[in-house]
Design a protein around this ligand. Structure first.
Ligand code: P6P
Length: 336
C-alpha cells in the first residue's frame, strides 16, 4: 500500500484550490477589484452542483427530454434545464454580473442595468453541451465566456455582440471520468480537478501547451458527403497519411482531448448547417481562446480567426477548425 503523500512535507508542491489560484491571479492585476474572481467562483460552485446532478441523473430520474425545445430548435434534456437554472441562480447572486446569455434562452437575461455599475461583466454559456450523450453516460460539459459590460450600452444584445478577442475569461467543465475545469484569464491555460472527498477544484496543471502536431482528427464523418470539397480533400490527405480519428460528439470532450494530446477538431459547413453547427459566442469563442492561449490555432475559415469574427446575433453559428498549429495548417492547405 503506497504511503499517503501527505505523510511527507513537500513545500515544492503546494495544495492550490481554484479559489486560491483565482486570488493569486487577481493579485497580479493592478487595481483589480475581485469582481471577476467572484464571478468565476460562481462558475466553480455551479460546476459542482451540475456535476452532482449529472452523476446521479439516472438515480434521480432526471435523464431524458424535458418536453420543451430551445431557441436552437433542439429538444431540451431535463438536465439542460436544470443546469441552465443552476447557472442563472448562481450568477444572479453575483453583484458583478450585468447580463447573462445562454444557449437555452432566446433572449439575454438582464441581471443588473444601473448605469453607474462599473466593473460589470456579461456571462455567456452553454450550460450542458453534448447533453444528448447523457443517456449513454458519455462526456458532457459546460462552456462559458466572460466579456466586459459597457454600462453606456443600454441594449443587451448590442452589449453582448463583441468579438471573441474581447473575452476576459473563458473556460469549460468536462463531466467525464473525473470533473475537470479548464480556465484562462489571458495568462495561459490552467486545469483543475474536482476532489469529491473535499468538494474543491484542485489545481493540477498550469500553463497547458497543446502539442504542435499529432496525427489525429476529430470530425463527424457521417456528414462527410456534404462538406465543401476542401474538407473532403483534407480527410483524404489525412487518411493517406495514417491519421487516427476520434469523435465523441460532445465539443467539450473532443476539444479537451485536442488540448492535452494535440490533433485537430473540425465542424465544417454541412448541407444541414451551411454556416456550421457550433455557436460562435458560447462554444467557438471560449474554445478558440483556450486553444490559442495553449499555443494552438482556431479558425472559422482560411485566414479568419474565430476570435476576430464580429458577431451579428448571440446565437449565430460558425464553422470551426481548431487544435495543434501544424494540424490546422494542414487543413488550411487542403481548403485552398
Ligand atoms: P453532431 C453537441 O450537440 C454539439 O453542440 C457539440 O457539443 C458537438 O461538438 C456537436 O454538437 C456534435 O454535432 O452533428 O456531430 O452530432
Amino acid at each position: 500500500m503506497p504511503a499517503d503523500p501527505l505523510l511527507t512535507l513537500d513545500h515544492s508542491s503546494p495544495i492550490v484550490t481554484i479559489q486560491s489560484h483565482l486570488l493569486a491571479e487577481q493579485a497580479r492585476i493592478p487595481g483589480s477589484t475581485g469582481t471577476l474572481s467572484w464571478i468565476l467562483s460562481a462558475m466553480s460552485i455551479s460546476a459542482k452542483i451540475i456535476a452532482n446532478k449529472v452523476r446521479c441523473a439516472r438515480l434521480e430520474d432526471v435523464l431524458g427530454e424535458a418536453g420543451s425545445g430551445n431557441v436552437q430548435g433542439e429538444q431540451q434534456q431535463k438536465l439542460d434545464v436544470i443546469s441552465n437554472n443552476v447557472l442563472l441562480r448562481l450568477l444572479g447572486g453575483r453583484e458583478g454580473v450585468a447580463i447573462v446569455a445562454s444557449e437555452e434562452n432566446e433572449e439575454p437575461v438582464i441581471i443588473r442595468n444601473d448605469p453607474s455599475g462599473e466593473h460589470r461583466y456579461c456571462v455567456l454559456f452553454d450550460p450542458l453541451d453534448g447533453s444528448s450523450n447523457l443517456d449513454v453516460c458519455g462526456g458532457v460539459g459546460t462552456i462559458f465566456s466572460i466579456l466586459r459590460h459597457d454600462p453606456k450600452v443600454n441594449d443587451a444584445q448590442t452589449a453582448l455582440l463583441q468579438p471573441g478577442r474581447a473575452q476576459v475569461a473563458a473556460g469549460y467543465v468536462l463531466y467525464g471520468s473525473s470533473t475537470v475545469m479548464v480556465l484562462t484569464v489571458g495568462n495561459g491555460v490552467d486545469m483543475f480537478v474536482l476532489d469529491p472527498a473535499v468538494g474543491a477544484f484542485m489545481l493540477v496543471e498550469r500553463g497547458i501547451r497543446t502539442p504542435a502536431a499529432n496525427k489525429s482528427y476529430s470530425v463527424n464523418e457521417g456528414n462527410r458527403r456534404t462538406f465543401p470539397d476542401g474538407y473532403q480533400k483534407y480527410l483524404d490527405w489525412a487518411q493517406e497519411r495514417g491519421y487516427s480519428s476520434r469523435y465523441v460528439g460532445s465539443m467539450v470532450a473532443d476539444v479537451h482531448r485536442i488540448l492535452l494530446k494535440g490533433g485537430v477538431f473540425l465542424y465544417p459547413p454541412t448541407k444541414k448547417a451551411p454556416a456550421g453547427k457550433l455557436r460562435l459566442m458560447y462554444e467557438a469563442n471560449p474554445m478558440a481562446w483556450l486553444i490559442e492561449q495553449a499555443g494552438g490555432k482556431a479558425l472559422a475559415a482560411p485566414g479568419q480567426r474565430i476570435l476576430d469574427v464580429q458577431p451579428k446575433n448571440i446565437h449565430e453559428r460558425t464553422p470551426v477548425v481548431l487544435g495543434s498549429a501544424e494540424e490546422v495548417d494542414h487543413v488550411v492547405a487542403q481548403l485552398g
